[in-house]
Design a protein. Structure first.
Ligand SMILES: Nc1ncnc2c1ncn2[C@@H]1O[C@H](COP(=O)(O)OP(=O)(O)OP(=O)(O)O)[C@@H](O)[C@H]1O
Ligand SMILES: [Mg+2]
Length: 487
C-alpha cells in the first residue's frame, strides 16, 4: 500500500504541483487548503509525512504544525515558508517540525528533504539535533542604549540577506556575538555556523582547515580531511580577525568569494559550496589596504554589508545592565552590586569593552564573600570616576577644581582632590583633632557632576556624554542637586 502524505497550502496551484510531485514519488497525496481543513485530517490515520504552509491565509500554519506533532509525535512535518519569515520557521521547528523549506523551492531540493524525512530513524534524532543546535546557538545581545538598539535593528535587517558582512569594532565589543546572531536569525539558522580565527593558525594550517586537504598533501596529511567551508555547507562561515589573514590565503579566499568553489590543499578538483561568509576585524582594513597588507579586491568583496559594534563607553547605561546580566548568569548564589560598585561600573571607561566587564564581574563573583559586591571587589583599575573625563576635556588637568564657595560656587559643592575616587575628607572637629568623615555617595556624585559640568563650560550634552548619562538623567540630577552655573 502506498503511503499517504498530507499537503496543506492555500495556494491551489502549488498544491497541484506538490500532488503531482508526490504521486511520482510513490505517495498518495491528500491536499487541504486551510488550517481548519488541515485539522480535520487529524481524525484519519497517520501519514508518512506532512507538508504545511506557514502562512495559511489569516491563520498561522504554526497552530496546525503543533496539532500535528501533538497528535503524531513521530510524524515528520516539513513547513513551507515565504521569504523573510525565518523566525516563524524556527518557531515551527521548535514546536517539533522536522525541517523547513523556503518558497520558491526547486523540486530537486524538495526531493532531498522528502528523502531525508523518510529515513524514519534518523528523522527523530535529527529533529532532536536541530533543537539542540537552536539551543546551543541561543546567544543574547544585551543593551537598551540607542547605539545597541540601532545595532539590533541592523542585525535584523542584514540577517535575511545572503550577502557577505564585514563586522568592525574594537576588541571585546561583541563582534563574534553579532556574527552568531546574524546566523541565528538567517535562513541558515538550522545549518552550522563555523567560526575560524584567522590569526590563531599558521598559514598552512589555516588553509588546510579552511579548504581541507588530500591525503599526502603534506607530511602530516595521513588522511583526507574535509575543510571548514565544506563542514559549514548550507550554513555560515565566520572568519574572525580577517585582518590577520596571510596574503597568500587572501588570494584563495578571494577565489572562494568569486567562484563559490573550494579546492582542497593538494587537490585538483574543485567543488561548489553554499555558505554565507561573515568576517570581523578590529584593525582598520582600509589602512591595511593602504599599507599593502590586505588585498583591496578582497576588501571590496567582504565589505558588501557593514556592521559596527560600538564601544561600551558609547552605550549609555548599558554597563549596569550588562553587569547585572553577567552577575545573574554566572553567580550560583544570590548576589548584587553595592551602589558605589554600580556607579563605578557606569563611570569607568572600559577600554576592553564588554569582555573586560564580563571578566571583572566574574572575578568579583569569585572574590566577594558576602551577598553584596563592593566597588573594591570589582577591581577595576585605578582611574574610576574620572576615567571618561580624563580621556576627554579633563586630559592633562590632573588637579580637580576646588569648587568651593570662595570661588563663587553657588552650589555648595564639596571640594574634590586630584583623585575623585578619594574625595577630600573634611575636618569637622573644633579641637583640630581629625575625625574622618566619609562623604556620602550623593555628595560625591554631586561634586563629580558639578566638576564635569565646569570642565565643559556647562555644555550639558557633552557633560552627559562624559558622565555616561542620558541628557534627561543629567537634567534630573542637576535639578536634584540644585546645581547652577556660576554667574
Ligand atoms: N551586548 C552583549 N550582551 C551580552 N554579552 C555580550 C554582549 N557583547 C559582548 N558580550 C560578551 O562579551 C564577550 C566578548 O564578546 P565577543 O567575543 O563577541 O567580542 P569581540 O568583538 O569578538 O572581541 P575580540 O575582538 O576581542 O575578539 C563574549 O563573552 C560575549 O558573549
Ligand atoms: Mg572576537
Amino acid at each position: 500500500m502506498k503511503p499517504n502524505v498530507w499537503i496543506v497550502d492555500d495556494e491551489v496551484s502549488l498544491c497541484g504541483l506538490l500532488e503531482v510531485f508526490f504521486e511520482k514519488k510513490g505517495f498518495v497525496p491528500i491536499a487541504r487548503q486551510s488550517v481548519a481543513d488541515g485539522l480535520g485530517l487529524l481524525n484519519g490515520p497517520e501519514p508518512a509525512m506532512a507538508m504545511v504552509d506557514l502562512s495559511l491565509g489569516p491563520d498561522s500554519g504554526l497552530v496546525l504544525v503543533k496539532a500535528m506533532v501533538d497528535r503524531f509525535p513521530n510524524l515528520p512535518v516539513v513547513v513551507m515558508t515565504a521569504y523573510g519569515t525565518v523566525e516563524k520557521a524556527v518557531e515551527a521547528v521548535k514546536l517539533g517540525a522536522f525541517d523547513f523549506i523556503s518558497k520558491p523551492f526547486e523540486m530537486v531540493f524538495l526531493s532531498k528533504v522528502v528523502d531525508k524525512a523518510m529515513s524514519n530513524r534518523i528523522l527523530v534524532s535529527e529533529n532532536r539535533e536541530l533543537k539542540e543546535i537552536i539551543k546551543r546557538q541561543g546567544v543574547e545581545l544585551i543593551g537598551q542604549s540607542t547605539a545597541v538598539t540601532q545595532l539590533k535593528e541592523r542585525i535584523h535587517a542584514i540577517a535575511s540577506s545572503e550577502s557577505t558582512v564585514l563586522i568592525t569594532g574594537e576588541s571585546g565589543t561583541g563582534k563574534e556575538l553579532v556574527a552568531k546572531l546574524i546566523h541565528q536569525k538567517s535562513l541558515r539558522a538550522l545549518k552550522p555556523c563555523v567560526v575560524v580565527n584567522c590569526s590563531a593558525l599558521s598559514e598552512n594550517l589555516l588553509e588546510s582547515e579552511l579548504f581541507g586537504h588530500m591525503k599526502g598533501a603534506f607530511t602530516s596529511a595521513h588522511a583526507e580531511k574535509e575543510g571548514l567551508f565544506a563542514v559549514a555547507e548550507g550554513g555560515t562561515v565566520f572568519l574572525d580577525e580577517i585582518g590577520e589573514m596571510p596574503l597568500r590565503t587572501q588570494v584563495k579566499l578571494l577565489r572562494v568569494l568569486q567562484e563559490r568553489e573550494i579546492t582542497p590543499v593538494g587537490g585538483t578538483v574543485s567543488s561548489r559550496i553554499n555558505v554565507r561568509i561573515l568576517a570581523a576585524t578590529n584593525v582598520n582594513l582600509e589602512d591595511a589596504v593602504a599599507r599593502g597588507e590586505f588585498r583591496e579586491d578582497l576588501y571590496y568583496r567582504l565589505n558588501v554589508l557593514r556592521i559596527y559594534t560600538p564601544r561600551l563607553a558609547e552605550r549609555g547605561e548599558d554597563p549596569i545592565l550588562l553587569a547585572n546580566y553577567f552577575l545573574n548568569k554566572k553567580s550560583h548564589v544570590q548576589k548584587r552590586f553595592s551602589e558605589t560598585a554600580l556607579r563605578q561600573i557606569q563611570s569607568y571607561a572600559w577600554p576592553g569593552n564588554v569582555r573586560q566587564l564580563e571578566n571583572a564581574v566574574e572575578r568579583a563573583i569569585a572574590f566577594s564573600t558576602g551577598e553584596i559586591i563592593e566597588a573594591l571587589e570589582l577591581d577595576v583599575p585605578g582611574q574610576t570616576l574620572d576615567a571618561r573625563g580624563a580621556g576627554l576635556s579633563a586630559a592633562g588637568n590632573a588637579k580637580m577644581v576646588s569648587a568651593g564657595a570662595s570661588q563663587g560656587n553657588p552650589n555648595g559643592v564639596m571640594g574634590l582632590s586630584g583623585d575623585p575616587g578619594e574625595p577630600e575628607t573634611p575636618t569637622n572637629s573644633p579641637s583640630g583633632e581629625e575625625t574622618r568623615v566619609s562623604p556620602t555617595l550623593n555628595e560625591i556624585e554631586k561634586a563629580y557632576i558639578y566638576w564635569i559640568l565646569t570642565q565643559n563650560q556647562w555644555h550639558k550634552p557633552t557633560a552627559a556624554k562624559i558622565l555616561g548619562l542620558d541628557i534627561s538623567t543629567l537634567y534630573r540630577k542637576i535639578e536634584k542637586y540644585g546645581l547652577k552655573a556660576p554667574a
